[in-house]
Design a protein around this ligand. Structure first.
Ligand code: ATP
Ligand code: MG
Length: 602
């Protein structure tokens, strides 16, 4: 391909809103342009690399026997109403109406669409397991699209869905998908960290996310210095410190006057002690709680409802008190998982006042009877604590877990931080920031039940199949390759996803140089190599700079000086390496194609 015949508008300037390397380089190298906030167009060079990522993903999906389909991007809103996500997806889902007023959704993901297809076709256990995938456009109306295609509104996802008769079959596909994902990322030249992830409110069990380390990562990963424990902080557990306290000789509960002392810091200062002695009590509001609350404090009047005939009953709204050691934070994802809730958030001040009967800042576990109390495990190890007393300007001292209060439930709710101890080996945990490239997830019956999918077993009995879901963001994967492979001058493509494999730079495109460059280009193309020939009427320096920016793995410089040698030669340089080699012009095509194929592992 001649440079002047394609469309690679390189830039010297960095776009003002490009805050990360991949965003800057994709723009500067003429791969990408912005149409609007969160909406990007791939130009020819960018699309070439994108297609390579896509091909790798497709090959690995096909290799594990997943079957490609092409559902539509716009899907009926009815399906989302059936699954219950019409209500729960919120603003991220783009809803549109057609001319007849019908509701439609621009797919943010496709559990509903694919499950509806499967429901219509599934009859017998003999059709299972079924593993379907698509590589297709998704739209999410992200609040803050940023970092170019790392977090855009429109993007392409490979999403796969599997359906099974039993857990071991689901397990098998889940494992095969995980292995395929590892191969995909390795082939793209990416170092990923697979981490345990939260598996959501209903039905799910195992879940794994594939992260790349990134200073701008949206995720916090918790890793162990000693063993291979790795988890998203949303899921991470640690070894509880201390054992359950069984104190004796603790004085009786004692109210203390604490005027205007509302925060933990103020209380520490006031009582001249540290936060580890406080039992902090937070009031949470939860939506769509599937946990059975019968018999729990305050649950008497709670309304219950079903989103579909087969769906479990949920409490659309319920409040909870969470007690945790003063220096620790509550992990809301863990709390939502314990409650089997679609969402949890701190209650508003007026709700706190109504439920605790005290101003904000004086909630406590002792005597709280309006809502269920859930205690983090850390609370069970505080021998003698201080808490709010449910009365203005008052705290209790000498509070003993089990003596002065008994929670309705105890659970692991703390946010793990650096320095906590590993639950597996006791080693020290540390944090890293990461970006999620892929996610595999055992869903259980969540969608197959709410959408009433059935198959018949050998005896003609109807059953609901188990389901798994598996996604990779292609754009984010491509951007991450650039994040991992670049230098000051530009991109350094791994051969597997390079837009071209060889760039030929004639010092000036004319005469014998042109003839030699054209011959080499044709010879490489005959050998199946993808070549970009920089035929622009530009100074050599400009072409060299652009070649570095574009990051094409092999650069060949063709010039009079070396062609005039006794044995005519060209200069070959691997992008990212300093050394330049002279290669005989006559054998350069063979030599280069050998190098390229070796890097491709062929
Ligand atoms: P995130 O937490 O980053 O918003 P997610 O957990 O919502 O992602 P999934 O629903 O698991 O994402 O989607 C699967 C994959 O799709 C992600 O791992 C990511 O690679 C990609 N993806 C999701 N949202 C975006 C986006 N806004 N822009 C680009 N890729 C995205
Ligand atoms: Mg995810």
């Amino acid at each position: 391909m001649l440079f002047t015949q394609t469309f690679i508008p390189t830039l010297r300037e960095v776009p003002a809103d490009a805050l990360i390397v991949s965003h800057r380089l994709m723009f500067r190298a003429g791969m990408l342009r912005k149409l609007a906030n969160g909406l990007f167009a791939y130009l020819p060079l960018g699309l070439r690399s994108f297609r390579k990522v896509e091909a790798i993903v497709r090959e690995e999906m096909d290799a594990i026997g997943a079957l490609e389909i092409k559902p539509t991007v716009v899907v009926p809103g009815e399906l989302w109403k059936e699954s219950g996500r019409w209500e729960t997806m919120g603003e991220a889902m783009l809803r549109v109406k057609n001319r007849l007023g019908g509701d439609f959704v621009v797919s943010p993901t496709a559990e509903e669409a694919v499950t509806s297809l499967v429901r219509d076709e599934l009859a017998s256990y003999r059709q299972l397991p079924l593993r379907l995938y698509q590589i297709n456009t998704k739209y999410r109306d992200e609040v803050r699209p940023r970092y170019g295609v790392m977090r855009s509104r429109e993007f392409v996802m490979k999403d796969a869905y599997s359906y099974h008769t039993d857990a071991s079959s689901l397990d098998e596909t889940y494992t095969a998908m995980g292995a395929a994902y590892r191969r995909i990322f390795t082939r793209c030249g990416l170092s990923v960290i697979p981490v345990r992830a939260d598996s959501g409110a209903m039905g799910g069990s195992d879940s794994e996310e594939f992260m790349v380390e990134s200073a701008i990562g949206d995720n916090t990963l918790i890793l162990c210095h000693t063993c291979d424990y790795a988890a998203n902080v949303e899921k991470a557990a640690c070894k509880p410190d201390g054992t359950e306290a069984s104190p004796t000789d603790i004085p009786a509960l004692e109210p203390i006057h604490t005027p205007e002392v509302k925060t933990i810091e103020q209380l520490c200062a006031f009582l001249k002690t540290d936060a580890q002695r406080f039992i902090k009590t937070l009031i949470y509001r939860a939506s769509n709680v599937a946990l059975d609350l019968s018999g729990a404090p305050g649950s008497g009047g709670l309304e219950k409802r079903k989103s579909s005939p087969d769906a479990p009953e949920v409490y659309p709204e319920a409040f909870f008190a969470v007690a945790i050691r003063g220096d620790l934070g509550v992990n809301e994802v863990k709390l939502a998982a314990v409650l089997k809730a679609s969402e949890v958030s701190l209650a508003a001040d007026h709700e706190v006042v109504r439920l605790t009967g005290a101003p904000v800042g004086f909630a406590g576990p002792v005597g709280l009877r309006t809502i269920p109390l859930i205690a983090d495990l850390s609370v069970t190890a505080i021998p003698e604590g201080v808490t709010g007393a449910l009365v203005a300007d008052t705290h209790y001292a000498h509070v003993v877990y089990g003596r002065d209060f008994v929670p309705w439930l105890t659970a692991d709710l703390r946010t793990v931080v650096s320095g906590d101890r590993c639950a597996c080996c006791g080693g020290e945990l540390y944090e890293k920031k990461g970006n999620e490239l892929g996610h595999i997830f055992k869903l259980g019956y969540k969608y197959t039940r709410s959408m009433q999918v059935r198959y018949l077993d050998e005896k003609g009995q109807a059953h609901i199949p188990l389901m798994g879901t598996y996604g990779i963001g292609l754009d984010r994967t491509l951007a991450s390759v650039i994040e991992e492979h670049h230098d000051e001058a530009g991109i350094i493509w791994p051969m597997s996803v390079a837009p071209y494999q060889v760039i030929i730079i004639p010092i000036t495109y004319g005469g014998t140089v042109k003839a030699a460059a054209d011959t080499l280009s044709a010879a490489l193309e005959t050998r199946g190599i993808e070549v970009l020939l920089d035929d622009r009427n530009e100074r050599a320096g400009v072409k060299f700079k652009d070649a570095d920016l574009l990051g094409i793995p092999y650069r060949v410089v063709v010039g009079d000086k070396h062609l005039a040698r006794e044995v005519p030669a060209v200069e070959v340089k691997r992008r990212g390496e300093a050394s330049v080699r002279l290669v005989e012009a006559a054998t350069a095509a063979d030599e280069l194609s050998r190098l390229v194929y070796r890097e491709l592992g062929r």
